[in-house]
Design a protein around this ligand. Structure first.
Ligand code: MG
Length: 371
């Protein structure tokens, strides 16, 4: 296909409740959406970079500028474009994986809509519904946490992930185990909040039979994670550290993790995410799909990704109402503890344009090469 135009939109979705992690507290979710217009039709993508560079170095304004100045013009100038050509065409531009992933997703959506193929089918999905988990933020008290967990269990979630940080780890995990029992699928996520000196402390989590501990140390500290993995029985999972299939192979070979959280935005797109999945399957490492408070567009794509056979653990793809009262697509609902994988062409969801327009705070269309 040949692209005619790339539209960037910044949208702002209020969260149903503030979400606090070791990285800070969010009360709204800003997202950068990408719409490509091509001679084969349009396609939508979503950039998962946050408003500020807290999860990683990318943030929304940097992604916008990168798309407008470098990525967009390069793809607008390409002929016979397809999703598999996006990353090679953009390879010379270092980093900016979330921006690259967004535009690759839009091209992939356009390509698959034109071909009448769903993203799940294209990626190699094997299931029509996935079991979601829910990420529970850091609360101001254990009682508040227990009330929140009760609500999620009542809503039908079968796996919970507690965000932890120094000072909010053993006590909340113990309280949840005491109240809800050992059969609850429970894991924790530290978002890089600990240091190697905390390894002895983190080993005390072993008594709670967690599914895994996610990214306790710095993203570049694979050696530290390998040390931790040797000292604790709880499986170590990496999130922020895994930015490509190659980095996943390195981390696994070092013994730095035995589980991998896959986020397409973090690794540069859904094609690389599939490559990470394939690598992990070949190594016998289970994977699950992480979440970045995506709108319905990213949620649809994550459901397609999570339908691949290596996703044997529940992911963070919650129902829409976990995060938003109103989304830019029809909502995803929980049915008997599962969410259906979209089956329509491309992402398989349609954007609700009046809602999108009402939530859009900035837009720009790129139509010609700019430098
Ligand atoms: Mg994480």
């Amino acid at each position: 296909m040949n692209l005619h135009a790339i539209e960037l939109r910044r949208v702002c979705l209020p969260l149903v409740s503030p979400f606090r992690t070791a990285l800070g507290t969010e009360s709204v979710r800003e997202a950068l959406l990408v719409r490509v217009e091509s001679d084969e039709g349009e396609g939508w993508g979503e950039c998962v970079a946050g408003s500020d560079p807290l999860y990683c170095s990318e943030y929304l304004d940097s992604a916008w500028l990168t798309l407008r100045r470098y990525l967009g013009p390069r793809l607008l100038g390409a002929t016979d474009l397809s999703a598999s050509k996006v990353q090679p065409l953009l390879h010379e531009f270092k980093g900016h994986r979330m921006a690259k992933a967004a535009v690759e997703m839009a091209v992939l959506d356009a390509q698959l809509r034109a071909a009448g193929v769903s993203l799940s089918t294209f990626l190699g999905g094997v299931t029509g519904a996935v079991t979601p988990g829910v990420a529970v933020g850091i609360m101001s008290s254990v009682d508040e946490l227990l009330d929140s967990v009760t609500e999620y269990l009542d809503a039908g979630y079968r796996r919970l992930k507690l965000k932890i940080q120094p000072g909010w780890d053993l006590a909340p995990v113990e309280a949840v185990r005491d109240r809800f029992g050992d059969d609850l699928m429970l894991q924790v996520d530290a978002n890089c909040a600990y240091r190697r000196a905390d390894i002895g402390h983190l080993a005390r989590l072993d008594q709670f039979s967690l599914l895994l501990i996610e990214q306790p140390l710095d993203e570049d500290d694979l050696v530290g994670h390998a040390q931790l993995a040797r000292h604790i029985a709880t499986p170590v999972c990496l999130d922020e550290s895994i930015v490509s299939a190659q980095s996943a192979a390195t981390a696994i070979s070092m013994g730095a993790c035995s589980v991998v959280n896959i986020k397409a935005g973090r690794v540069g797109g859904y094609l690389e995410a599939r490559a990470v999945h394939d690598l992990c399957v070949s190594k016998g490492v289970p994977v699950w799909c992480g979440g970045m408070l995506e709108t319905g567009l990213g949620r649809a794509a994550n459901l397609a990704l999570a339908s691949l056979p290596g996703f044997t653990l529940p992911g963070d793809i919650s129902a829409t109402d976990r995060y938003f009262r109103e989304d830019i697509t029809p909502p995803f609902l929980l049915h008997d503890g599962t969410i259906a994988v979209p089956t329509g062409p491309g992402l398989g969801v349609e954007v609700l344009l009046p809602v999108l327009d009402a939530l859009t705070t900035q837009s720009e269309t790129i139509t010609a090469v700019e430098h």
